[in-house]
Design a protein around this ligand. Structure first.
Ligand code: IYR
Length: 223
C-alpha cells in the first residue's frame, strides 16, 4: 500500500527565538526533581488528561503507539490500599532478600526503602503499560516494533509535561509489578512498565543532595 502523505505543519523559529526557548526549556526541565514526599492536595483530572495526551504524541516504532496509561485517582481508597500493600510486599522482598548488595549500595544515596505511603497519599497514580504486541481484528498477534523504547519515550514526555504543568512526580518501579496487571484489570498482552506517582510535594519534602553530570560528560560533539 502506498503511503498517504499530507503537507507538514511546522513553525520555523528564528535562531534567536530557538535559542531563547532552548535555554528556558533546559532551565525549567532542569528544576525537575524526583519527589518522594507528597502532599494530599488534589490535582484536577484535566491536568492528568492533558499530560497523557502529550505523552501519546511520542514517536513510536512503526507508529504503533504500544502504550496504555491507567490513571488512578483517590476515590477508590480500597484500590489504593491494595496497590500500596502489593507494592510494599514486593519491595520488602527486594530490600531484604532479592536485591544484590551492589544494587543496595547504588541506591543508598537516595534513601529509599520498602515503605511506600505515597501510593495512598498522592492524588494520582499513572500506571504505564507497554504492549509488546497488539491484538488484530481476528484476535491474532500483531508484533510491535521497539515497544519498550517507544513507551520510554512516551513516559519521558509524560514526566516532562507534568513537571511543566507544575506537578511533581516519582518514577516508581516496584519489582516485579505484575500486581498492576491484576489490580488494574489490564489484558494479558500488556506489561506494566512503570508506576508514576503524581501530585504536589509535601511542604517539608526533602530530596537527595545529588548532582547531574555536566554537558561535557554526557555529550560528545564531533564537527
Ligand atoms: N524499586 C525499588 C528500588 C529502587 C530501584 C531503583 I534502580 C531506584 O532508582 C529507586 C528505587 C523502590 O522503588 O524503592
Amino acid at each position: 500500500m502506498p503511503p498517504r502523505l499530507r503537507p507538514l505543519v511546522f513553525d520555523r523559529l528564528s535562531t534567536a527565538e530557538s535559542l531563547a526557548r532552548a535555554e528556558a526549556f533546559a532551565a525549567r526541565t532542569g528544576r525537575r526533581r524526583t519527589v518522594r514526599d507528597f502532599a494530599p492536595d488534589p490535582v484536577p483530572r484535566a491536568l492528568i488528561e492533558q499530560a497523557i495526551a502529550a505523552a501519546g504524541s511520542a514517536p513510536s516504532g512503526a507508529n504503533q503507539q504500544p502504550w496504555h496509561f491507567v490513571a488512578v485517582g483517590r476515590e477508590d481508597a480500597e484500590l489504593r490500599r491494595r496497590l500500596r500493600a502489593a507494592a510494599e510486599d514486593e519491595e520488602r522482598e527486594f530490600y531484604t532478600a532479592r536485591a544484590p548488595q551492589a544494587w543496595l549500595t547504588a541506591l543508598a544515596p537516595l534513601g529509599t526503602d520498602a515503605e511506600k505511603p505515597f501510593l495512598e497519599i498522592a492524588p494520582w497514580l499513572i500506571a504505564v503499560f507497554v504492549q509488546p504486541h497488539g491484538v488484530g481484528p481476528g484476535g491474532e498477534v500483531v508484533k510491535h516494533y521497539y515497544a519498550t523504547e517507544s513507551v520510554g519515550l512516551a513516559t519521558g514526555i509524560l514526566i516532562t509535561a507534568l513537571h511543566d504543568a507544575g506537578l511533581a512526580t516519582l518514577t516508581h518501579t516496584p519489582s516485579p509489578m505484575g500486581f498492576l496487571t491484576t489490580l488494574l484489570g489490564r489484558p494479558a498482552h500488556e506489561r506494566p512498565f512503570l508506576l508514576l506517582v503524581v501530585g504536589y510535594p509535601a511542604p517539608d519534602a526533602q530530596v537527595p543532595d545529588i548532582t547531574r553530570k555536566p554537558l561535557g560528560e554526557i555529550a560528545t560533539f564531533l564537527s
